[in-house]
Design a binder for this molecule. Structure first.
Ligand code: CIR
Length: 259
């Protein structure tokens, strides 16, 4: 297994009671706040178990989707880039995150627009930054990001996200420097040629949104065949209840910024 970047920090935000108003592609019922809070606590505890510092920001009732902090920024070793959401109801979340990132980073840059781009569409590998073109992220957003990170030495490549998939990383995750967990439908485009790909098991596409965080691969519970594939490949897997966030198209990566 290839080494990954060592994460020292994670930033999360507690879910607010307004989570019931969160955006969703298909309404499968209101998320249960108490169950979501319990799962969120388990998620934060697992991040901390790695030895990293995990901040829990207070709930933001004005922004129902604000538990999904990943979409607000891209955190790189050289600095952070504040995103520009493609969803009007989420636009204000970025300003709420900015002060926390400024405490950690001396360099914080910002997507000014007119393009839009969300963190859930960005996968950083050691050799490039892959950005999904989705309903939330457009080419103008990708182009502005590419300009902003050029002097940090990054190459940016855009990928078309399959229809009906919210974000690029809804369907993939970086497992280590050279290995990607992906749904077969996304990998079929050839976008991961040159990487080793582990496919999610049949019917377990929702397992693709996982995170490699230090020694753990943290994934949604309830996808036993994919979990087995990951364990067989040598990863130390931790499973977290994701039933409530899944009702809002959210998963493991969405719940934290990691750096
Ligand atoms: C949204 O539609 O924006 C939220 N309900 C879900 C965001 C999930 N975030 C992510 O995949 N990074």
């Amino acid at each position: 297994m290839n080494q990954t970047y060592e994460f020292r920090h994670a930033v999360t935000r507690k879910p607010a009671a307004s989570i019931t108003e969160g955006l969703r592609a298909i309404d499968t019922g209101a998320p249960d706040l108490v169950r979501m809070q319990a799962a969120h606590n388990a998620y934060v505890a697992t991040l901390r178990e790695t030895g990293a510092d995990a901040v829990e920001l207070p709930p933001l009732p004005a922004y129902p989707d604000s538990v999904f902090v990943e979409d607000t920024a891209l955190c790189l070793p050289q600095g952070a880039v504040l995103m520009r959401s493609g969803a009007a109801s989420r636009a204000g979340e970025v300003a709420e995150m900015a002060p926390t990132l400024r405490r950690h980073y001396s360099e914080v840059r910002k997507i000014k627009g007119p393009g839009t781009i969300e963190g859930g569409d960005i996968l950083v590998t050691p050799k490039e930054i892959l950005v999904g073109l989705s309903d939330r992220t457009n080419q103008a957003g990708v182009d502005e990001l590419a300009q902003l990170v050029q002097d940090w030495g990054y190459r940016v490549r855009s990928i078309t996200v399959p229809r009906g998939v919210l974000h690029f990383k809804t369907d993939c995750s970086l497992l280590d420097g050279k290995t990607i967990l992906s749904t077969p439908r996304l990998a079929a485009s050839g976008c991961f040629d040159g990487y080793k790909v582990i496919h999610t098991a049949d019917g377990e596409e929702a397992a693709a949104n996982a995170i490699r965080f230090n020694q753990f691969v943290i994934m949604a519970a309830g996808f036993p065949d994919t979990a087995k594939r990951l364990r067989n490949a040598g990863y130390e897997v931790r499973e977290i209840d994701n039933t409530e966030c899944a009702k809002l198209d959210g998963g493991m990566s969405c719940l934290s910024l990691r750096f």
